[in-house]
Design a protein around this ligand. Structure first.
Ligand SMILES: *[C@@H]1O[C@H](CO)[C@@H](O)[C@H](O)[C@H]1NC(C)=O
Ligand SMILES: *[C@@H]1O[C@H](CO)[C@@H](O)[C@H](O)[C@H]1NC(C)=O
Ligand SMILES: *[C@@H]1O[C@H](CO)[C@@H](O)[C@H](O)[C@H]1NC(C)=O
Ligand SMILES: *[C@@H]1O[C@H](CO)[C@@H](O)[C@H](O)[C@H]1NC(C)=O
Length: 568
């Protein structure tokens, strides 16, 4: 069982990358695969209620009396049921009539499944609410937050937030699976050395500022004798932290020298398991990936080709030293809103979302932003994803731009999409073997263990030697509490790594204003010549940037200009 380990999925993407034998970045970039036809359609969702008022979801809006969603409802698309014919989604119902009307159950955040083939469930809806009307006694002790739905391979259970939705012996898509048969079981981590108490959820592991990934055995406990909640639940057993303290860091200090380990590996955001190999080297951001069931393809959200980040992206062959203070701000510049929505327009090997005439309802309209995790169907013929329309005040501030008015059903600002790779034959893969309980290279988690702190580069003045000649003088300054790096200043002198020579200086300081808000002061006067020539220059008074990594509202003063091979 894999656990998600980040606070917010920064996501969206839409390129297919094929894994081949060549090592990218080693001069053996593999050729692009032949283009494949891709047909993209929008999947049906519930009708839209005009307001959140009780009863605003009228029988005229939904004659089947199976609920309405809100115009600005959240929408998380999940993966497919194992039949590859249903997509999971999590959304908000609203406007339900009052109890005892049978439609009163269609309210609040719920898990639904949507048919992808144009057929309907009994009752004539193309979707079915799985969690609407589940009796309270079937969901005792369940955890808040039902996001990122992910179906089990048995078609009967779904991981949602830190809970398992379970229909017992019935398939979720079958008419035998009724609300009375559904249970929502909490997932519990025994996180205290003395055992009892409420324990933790996967969410608690996620929320730690030093995110780590964990691997765990998930076991149903029908009648717990200790620990809260004392209700049927899933326990996390044999927990491994995917971290090897002895592994080298990317940037390490040895005496007065700094060394860069470009092969250092740190598990960041876990998106499945495969051999670790770098796949892309373009400086613009790439995140997240879903690896295809046969391990050959990845569907990835990529900024490359949009030029959205080139003005502040890295220059080739310049060591990533000042990233120590700017990485979260830079990574956040590709998002639009609440940490999980991005402008589309991506490319790598095969673009997914290019069809259409650019009009507002079309597949390729640039104001329909990609949301988190797109997912492969288990037969590898389809990919599901969701999108969100740009909303005010994202187009406001000092630069007001017209914002689009949705042409979707009911003016809804979210949509569920399905890409069909029409010339692929459905894959039938052998079931995956059960993994052993622990991952031997990781660290066994014991109840009560605290996450190890990621070691900080100590404050000081260092030298980083060029691979062939020259050096960089590096100064690291800690914040007052000595809990984080505040400033990194680097001056280069004839620094020769490959065939590029940076010179002059760059200095960046970061002030963390809250857990998620950072302010970066950036002073750069950097040029490099050789195989790849470029410059990164801030204006006379530097460049100053504020960003909340959860909201991604970007505010900056003064200018920063990056020039690569003569292009600004
Ligand atoms: C969705 O519903 C939940 C309550 O079930 C509410 O807390 C949340 O604010 C709603 N979100 C939106 C976007 O309507
Ligand atoms: C996994 O956890 C169970 C229950 O705590 C324990 O009995 C078993 O020995 C553990 N397995 C391994 C490989 O550590
Ligand atoms: C969207 O609708 C609002 C209110 O009717 C209008 O002011 C605005 O100009 C419209 N935007 C576009 C791009 O048409
Ligand atoms: C930009 O300048 C204004 C006016 O001096 C100041 O209030 C604001 O905080 C500055 N923003 C940044 C990101 O430095």
């Amino acid at each position: 069982m894999r656990l998600k380990c980040t606070i917010a999925a920064l996501n969206l993407a839409v390129a297919l990358v094929r894994q081949t034998a060549g090592e990218i970045g080693s001069g053996q970039t593999p050729p692009s695969p032949d283009p494949q036809p891709i047909e993209v359609i929008e999947l049906p969702l519930p009708s839209v209620a005009p307001t959140d008022d009780e009863g605003s979801c009228t029988p005229e809006l939904n004659p089947h009396r199976t609920g309405c969603m809100g115009r600005e409802s959240v929408l998380f698309s999940g993966n497919f049921l194992p039949d590859s014919k249903h997509v999971l989604a999590f959304l908000n119902f609203t406007g339900a009539p009052a109890f005892p009307d049978s439609a009163s159950i269609y309210t609040g955040s719920q898990l639904i499944i949507v048919k992808i083939d144009g057929t309907t469930f009994p009752g004539s809806d193309p979707w079915k609410c799985i969690t609407c009307g589940v009796p309270d006694e079937n969901q005792r002790g369940s955890n808040e937050g039902w996001d990122y739905p992910e179906a089990f391979k048995d078609g009967k259970r779904v991981l949602v937030g830190s809970n398992i939705v379970d229909c017992g012996a019935a398939d979720l898509a079958s008419s035998e699976c009724t609300p009375e048969k559904i249970h929502v079981y909490p997932i519990r981590l025994n996180n205290k050395a003395d055992g009892p108490g409420p324990g933790g959820s996967t969410r608690e592991l996620r929320i730690h500022p030093d995110d780590y990934c964990y691997f765990s055995w998930l076991e149903f406990n029908p009648s717990p004798s200790s620990g809260l909640p004392v209700t049927p639940r899933y326990d996390l057993l044999n927990v491994t932290r995917l971290h090897r303290p002895a592994n080298p860091h990317v940037i390490v200090a040895e005496g007065s020298e700094i060394r860069i380990n470009s092969d250092a590996l740190i598990v960041g955001e876990l998106h499945g398991f495969r051999k670790i190999r770098r796949l892309t080297s373009h400086p613009e951001y790439v995140d997240p990936v879903d690896i295809s069931p046969d391990d050959i393809w990845s569907v990835v959200m990529v900024a490359r080709g949009t030029d959205r980040q080139m003005w502040l992206s890295a220059m080739r062959d310049i060591p990533s030293l000042t990233d120590l203070v700017s990485v979260s701000a830079v990574a956040s510049t590709w998002n639009n809103v609440d940490g999980d929505s991005f402008n589309q327009g991506l490319l790598t090997v095969m673009k997914l979302n290019t069809a259409g005439d650019g009009n507002l309802g079309s597949i390729n309209h640039p104001e329909w932003n990609e949301r988190a995790d797109r997912k492969w169907s288990s037969d590898e013929t389809r990919i599901a994803y969701s999108q969100e329309l740009t909303l005010p005040p994202d187009c406001g501030g000092q630069n007001p731009l017209p914002y689009p008015n949705s042409t979707a059903n009911g003016g809804r600002v979210v949509r569920l999409m399905l890409a069909h790779l029409t010339n692929r034959r459905p894959l039938h893969l052998e079931p995956v073997e059960t993994h052993s309980e622990v991952i031997t290279w990781g660290k066994q988690y014991q109840p009560g263990d605290l996450d190890p702190e990621r070691s900080l580069l100590p404050a000081g003045v260092y030298t980083l030697l060029g691979k062939f000649s020259g050096f960089a003088a590096v100064e690291i300054i800690s914040n007052d509490a000595e809990s984080a790096i505040h400033t990194v200043a680097v001056g280069y002198k004839n620094f020769l790594t490959i065939e590029s020579t940076p010179s002059e200086a760059v200095r960046k300081s970061q002030t963390t204003r809250s857990f998620t808000t950072v302010h970066v002061d950036w002073y750069s006067d950097l040029t490099s010549t050789g195989q790849s020539s470029g410059a990164k220059k801030t204006s006379l008074f530097g460049f100053h940037l504020d960003i909340d990594i959860m909201k991604n509202m970007f505010n900056a003063n003064d200018t920063l200009t990056t020039t690569i091979d003569g292009h600004v």
